[in-house]
Design a protein around this ligand. Sequence first.
Ligand SMILES: C=CC1=C(C)c2cc3[nH]c(cc4nc(cc5[nH]c(cc1n2)c(C)c5CCC(=O)O)C(CCC(=O)O)=C4C)c(C)c3C=C
Ligand SMILES: [Fe+2]
Ligand SMILES: [Fe+2]
Length: 350
Amino acid sequence: MIPPAAPHACPAALPADHLRVKTGRVGVLLVNLGTPDAPTPGAVRRYLREFLSDRRVVEIPRLLWLPILHGIILRTRPAKSAHAYQQVWGPDGSPLAAITAAQARALQERLGEAVVVRHAMRYQNPAMAQELDALLEAGCERILVAPLYPQYSGATTASALDGLAAWITARRRLPALRTLPPYHDDPAAIEALHADLARQIADLAFVPEVLLLSYHGMPERTLHLGDPYHCHCRKTSRLLEAAFARSHPGLRVMTSFQSRFGRAKWLEPATDATLVELARSGTRAVAIAAPGFSADCLETLEELALRGRDDFVAAGGTQFAALACLNASQGGIDLLEALVRRELAGWIAP
Ligand SMILES: C=CC1=C(C)c2cc3[nH]c(cc4nc(cc5[nH]c(cc1n2)c(C)c5CCC(=O)O)C(CCC(=O)O)=C4C)c(C)c3C=C
Ligand SMILES: [Fe+2]
Ligand SMILES: [Fe+2]
């Protein structure tokens, strides 16, 4: 679609190859949150230091936060979190990194040579700046940056855009840029999630009474400050609930928020408390899903699938299934392709 650059005359003092760069291509950068390079206390510490130093993630004044982060959290949490990562670490490393890489490869296949697809992590590796540079190097003059968060939050979507902004300010030669909007209520996203979860439920050895939709939590204060995250999660849930009411009339769909961090009040109800409450009030069979995560990660594979099951069973529940995220499944890649093609309108042939 982009015409080749016309020949031109440059000052004789410049070397003949000063503009001999590849041009005319379109790039897509899939971005997810980030994960440690290894399931060791040292690597987890480096990851947490970068992540939890981000002002978008912890919004309390630096003077208060930095002594807590460096004096307490970075001394105690890395060993505990490394133990959790060891339980989900796979042959290709961290699940979040491996799945995001697989999503990028699958999307590259779908989009063909007209588009260069790469992936990056907001924290740790592969770094956003390195991957954006690689797209420029490959001749991409137009780049779509796609944070893979269906629901917008300052801590995730906005932070990924901060990563892009930091790269922009540090480079002379910039491409044209677009960013993927949140897709929490996109009919294609709801349909993909509904179809994938329904397929997984059909494959279970039991019939769940409850489908619990668990989203990563946020401090409740961020909702009052105007972050749309809570509303986006609730809307995804409402649309999924409506879809399941049609396909699975006996299934109760509920929503909760997981991964509380720190002492402040977080969005409620909490996932762990909800599982215990369900079991205590007589629910025996639960399936849990995480529609806020585009890829399985520590928060789904350890917190939900392992600890969630323990909480539910200890409180009297008997059947528990943690359903997979869309990941690089056919439905997941169909969705990514649809979202990305829509955002690339005018840059690539329909
Ligand atoms: C999907 C959306 C996410 C939101 C919103 C979010 C907010 C948020 N997270 C923390 C603190 C931690 N999160 C951690 C891991 C983690 N978080 C997300 C996604 C969201 N976070 C993902 C995908 C992951 C998993 C990464 C992986 O490697 O698999 C962690 C690290 C793990 C641990 O030590 O428990 C922390 C810490 C805050 C404070 C926050 C909002 C303010
Ligand atoms: Fe998180
Ligand atoms: Fe809301």
